[in-house]
Design a protein around this ligand. Structure first.
Ligand SMILES: [Zn+2]
Length: 338
């Protein structure tokens, strides 16, 4: 599918670099609370350009998220400790052996449009069994404002998949408590296979977990009711630089967003991988991958393409700069921070 693109041109790119907050240390082995962020919003905004596309990174938090053995159950402890020099502190906290992740937003300004890739966890949600995402009070709207943007400015929302931490700010609570689209002027691109899997036609994820129904009903269903949802599958071109591509396995509709502008290439890889520890071991799935064999094959394919085509790899949750360069020697992948 191809969308029409507006005649408006991309504004001149600027490259101003801020900093990301340091991770906080977990207390014991319980999940860290959803702490207020460590630094002012403006310090968690970073801008750079790839070709004619301006990238704005908004970091809500960056901290120990879960025991490493739970995040990537197939990875041996040595997979983390053998690469400690590159994983600590931005990706691994070695005292408690926790994986360090970021909850962040990627805003792309391309051909005159503002595109938000994934929408975090949202605020004020009931998320039973998911402590990091239950009743969050994050400052996403402040981050957006610090980047000089308002919700009305967003033209397109891309949900790489429909998991809890990728759809939250699709909506916000109206004064009467109902959930309404946060971005009333945007079209929301939903992977069709995830919309089917997590929607009512499949009993909200097959009825596997009550929280899946809650997530869909407060963060996805209101988008359909408002007439702002557009399902897509396979390949979906956004404009001359950006193309969505199905990359199933983590979820049935998981997808990546490819950028090609001038000589620059990048792939926004969603949750195909959660940590750089998976790059030398692309068959190691996260504990949240629904179809393990398919997820591993898709991860390997995307890594190979990133290495062979010199695409910067930009997964949803990487800390540090959030961006890595992947290299391949035969079947062995390595990564360096960009
Ligand atoms: Zn995620």
């Amino acid at each position: 599918m191809t969308e029409s693109t507006p005649a408006e041109t991309t504004p001149a790119e600027t490259r101003t670099t801020g900093t990301t907050p340091a991770g906080t240390t977990p207390a014991g082995t319980t999940a860290p609370a959803t702490d207020p962020t460590a630094t002012e919003p403006a310090a968690r905004v970073r801008r750079f350009a790839l070709g004619d596309v301006e990238i704005i990174r908004l970091v809500e938090w960056h901290r120990p998220f879960a025991p490493a053995a739970e995040l990537v159950p197939e990875a041996a402890p040595e997979a983390w400790t053998d690469h400690a020099e590159s994983l600590v502190p931005d990706h691994y906290e070695p005292v408690n052996k926790w994986a360090v992740l970021a909850l962040q937003y990627w805003v792309l300004r391309s051909e005159g449009r503002t595109i938000l890739v994934d929408t975090g966890a949202g605020n004020g949600r009931e998320r039973p069994g998911m402590p990091p995402f239950h009743q969050c009070e994050g400052d996403f709207l402040d981050l957006l404002a610090a980047a000089g943007l308002a919700p009305d400015d967003v033209d397109l929302v891309v949900n790489t998949h429909l998991h809890v931490d990728h759809v939250g700010w699709n909506t916000r609570a109206a004064d009467d408590g109902t959930w309404v689209p946060t971005f009333p002027h945007a079209r929301y691109l939903l992977p069709a296979a995830d919309d089917h899997h997590y929607g009512p036609e499949n009993a909200y994820g097959g009825g596997a977990a009550e929280v899946d129904r809650l997530i869909y009903q407060d963060s996805v269903a209101p988008i359909h009711r408002a007439g702002l949802a557009q399902r897509w599958d396979g390949h979906h071109r956004l404009d001359g630089a950006l193309t969505l591509e199905s990359a199933p396995g983590h979820t049935p509709g998981s997808s990546v967003l490819r950028l090609a502008s001038g000589t620059d290439r990048a792939v926004f890889a969603g949750d195909l991988l959660h940590s750089p520890v998976q790059i030398p071991h692309p068959h190691h799935n996260s504990g949240a991958c629904l179809a393990p064999a398919q997820a591993a094959a898709t991860r390997h394919r995307v890594l190979q393409q990133a290495a062979d085509n010199r695409e910067l790899l930009i997964p949803a949750h990487f800390g540090g700069s959030g961006v890595v360069e992947v290299r391949r020697s035969g079947a062995t992948f390595t990564a360096t921070e960009w």
